[in-house]
Design a protein around this ligand. Sequence first.
Ligand SMILES: Nc1nc2c(ncn2[C@@H]2O[C@H](COP(=O)(O)OP(=O)(O)OP(=O)(O)O)[C@@H](O)[C@H]2O)c(=O)[nH]1
Ligand SMILES: [Mg+2]
Ligand SMILES: [Zn+2]
Length: 316
Amino acid sequence: MRGLVIKSTGSSYIVRLDDGTDAECHIKGNFRIRGIRSTNPVAVGDYVEIRTLGDGTNWITEIEERRNYIIRRSTNLSKESHILAANIDQVALIVTVNHPVTSTTFIDRFLATCEAYRVRAILIFNKIDLLTPEELEQLAELRNLYESIGYETLAISAIDLNSEAINAESSNARSAINAMLSGKVTLLSGNSGVGKSTLLNALFGREMTRTGRISDAHDKGMHTTTFSEMYFLEDGEVIDTPGIKGFGSIDMSREEVSHYFREIFAVSRDCRFGNCTHTNEPGCAVQEALIKGFIALSRYESYLSLLGDCTETKYR
Ligand SMILES: Nc1nc2c(ncn2[C@@H]2O[C@H](COP(=O)(O)OP(=O)(O)OP(=O)(O)O)[C@@H](O)[C@H]2O)c(=O)[nH]1
Ligand SMILES: [Mg+2]
Ligand SMILES: [Zn+2]
């Protein structure tokens, strides 16, 4: 029987079968997909073939070829890879200017990964209700920056999306989100505590999944969501995922890194040397654009951090 993996707990999977029922399924310990080394061979969004044994247990026997997927490499030394989801139309990266702070390095590493896997990414800035005037200014600057590079951005307050006293702003945010999700499979990702699950609950207008609180001491999320799960809207699917901390590099060569920073790549055509790494070469158009302010320093720093990772792996 064929089905769609809608939840992954690590040890078992919930598969929605073609007849509409859900089945808990397992995989054999040695199940591996050629060419991908990851901690989870099967991911939410995968279409699979299952077989039920005489004892009633269900086993995933096959995974259909993926249209796409996103892999995250953790930043720790083990360099483990984890497939965040498969067969998705887009990623909504939920970020917060504060409570908790999402770093631009994290945003840029995530965006670069989406570029590498050719998955469209949208930035949703959440918790705007908590921001000070200075932070709102910062929000505007960040939105400007990413929009100028070509990324769609939204600014919302997930807890107010359905507020009784709906004001023009929240109803605009609501329709922008609906338009964004309509007819698509969307992966929600971001740091812990940024409000992914809160947004999901707001979309459904009821508690579909647990939300956490932010630690008083560190202003960080508490990793409330522990499993990835797909939820079915009337018109689209949304995958809620556990918050992630760092975002390690993906396998890419030094030359490739700049391909995943759109504005850097665009300018690099004018570098004197074809193999310019945009670090200290003469005639580097990227460094010139940086000095002139056409490329943001934060983006360039993120580029350097990914480039640094490549050097590391190269000589390891
Ligand atoms: N003030 C405010 N609080 C919010 C908003 N969105 C989420 N929160 C709060 O932030 C906390 C964390 O929200 P979650 O939805 O659990 O965050 P998450 O991204 O799912 O976190 P993980 O599951 O750990 O990855 C909760 O206390 C939410 O109520 C918002 O727009 N404004
Ligand atoms: Mg959550
Ligand atoms: Zn250059």
